[in-house]
Design a protein around this ligand. Structure first.
Ligand SMILES: Cc1cc2nc3c(=O)[nH]c(=O)nc-3n(C[C@H](O)[C@H](O)[C@H](O)COP(=O)(O)OP(=O)(O)OC[C@H]3O[C@@H](n4cnc5c(N)ncnc54)[C@H](O)[C@@H]3O)c2cc1C
Length: 291
């Protein structure tokens, strides 16, 4: 295979995507309690245990289609202060507390009691003492063949070629984040909640440099397609042109959405393991999504 395994169409390493993520604005901590209660953390109890979840706000499909925007989600991130009694208590319970933590716990019985009531009776998140409350956003990336991993000319200490990463971002991602932030502020106001002050760069029409970073979710470099001209693996995760080579990882995502990748990676891996385990070698193609 002169161009490399699975690389007949020069696709291996292309379409590198990550999630771009960052704070788009901040709430005033003295007025943010109601909006945090409604849109912040909440607790779900089930026979399998108690889990804390965080609400996310996404653009409606109608807005996305009408304005040609990507997937993204916004959420409220509470930033605990150094003297937050719940964090101090958690450190104490893990045996990692110092004198400062003990003082903070003993000095804040009211906040701890109120938190216990919220958590176990009202099933809401704990009321932390806050250093700040941010509105954060995570956005998917537009697949771009020029966003690419290639191999550098030199090797690492183990003799493996070092990866050369040329990660591209697009203006559509910036526009999606700015529009989502604008709509969120408008909706918070319409519902009577405190509104965040948006960062300058996150305002619609801003030309300031966008302050979003990668989120350690590398994706897309062996993308899936039924057509070998457009993908490295087929819908069963098998490398096109090779009978017995499969890939299970976020590299097969043709698009990466805005959500964390691990559960999807696991679902793909379990599906592949089932097919390999039964020896059928063929995977069921996931049903097409209803439009
Ligand atoms: C700090 C951090 C926090 C994260 N938090 C979350 C989270 O909360 N939720 C979530 O969904 N995701 C999270 N992620 C992302 C998630 O961990 C990754 O998206 C996921 O692990 C990617 O899985 P993968 O199998 O595609 O690739 P990887 O986990 O990167 O696996 C690649 C594997 O291939 C091996 N490998 C690489 N090159 C070669 C080679 N040439 N030969 C043989 N083996 C090779 C590597 O050693 C590695 O074991 C987080 C990531 C980081 C770094």
């Amino acid at each position: 295979m002169p161009h490399g395994v699975g690389n007949r169409n020069d696709l291996v390493g292309r379409y590198l995507m990550d999630h771009r993520c960052g704070a788009v604005g901040a709430f005033d901590t003295t007025t943010s309690a109601a909006v945090c209660d409604r849109f912040g953390k909440y607790v779900v109890r089930s026979p399998r245990g108690t889990h804390t979840f965080l609400h996310g706000l996404a653009l409606s499909e109608r807005v996305q289609r009408a304005e040609g925007l990507l997937h993204c989600a916004l959420w409220i991130q509470e930033m605990p202060a150094d003297d937050d009694p719940w964090d101090a208590l958690k450190r104490m319970l893990r045996g990692r507390a110092d004198r400062h933590d003990a003082r903070v716990v003993l000095g804040n019985p009211g906040l701890l009691l109120a938190g216990a009531r919220r958590r176990w009776i009202q099933r809401a998140g704990l009321p932390h003492r806050l250093a700040g409350v941010e509105l954060r956003c995570m956005v998917e990336q537009r697949p771009d063949p020029d966003s690419r991993i290639t191999l550098a000319d030199h090797d690492d200490r183990l003799g493996m070629p070092v990866a050369r990463i040329d990660w591209r971002t697009s203006a559509l991602e910036d526009a999606t984040v700015r529009r989502a932030a604008e709509l969120a502020v408008r909706e918070f106001a319409r519902l009577g909640y405190a509104t965040p002050v948006l960062s300058d760069w996150a305002r619609t029409g801003s030309t300031a440099p966008v302050r979003l970073t990668d989120w350690a979710h590398p994706t897309g470099t062996t993308r899936m397609s039924a057509d070998s001209r457009h993908g490295v693996v087929d819908p069963g995760c098998r490398v096109h042109g090779v009978d017995n080579l499969y890939v299970a990882g976020s590299s097969v995502f043709p698009t990466n959405g805005h959500v964390n990748p691990t559960l999807t990676i696991l679902a793909l891996a379990v599906r592949l393991a089932d097919a390999l385990g039964t020896g059928s070698g063929t995977l069921r193609t996931p049903p097409a999504r209803a439009s």
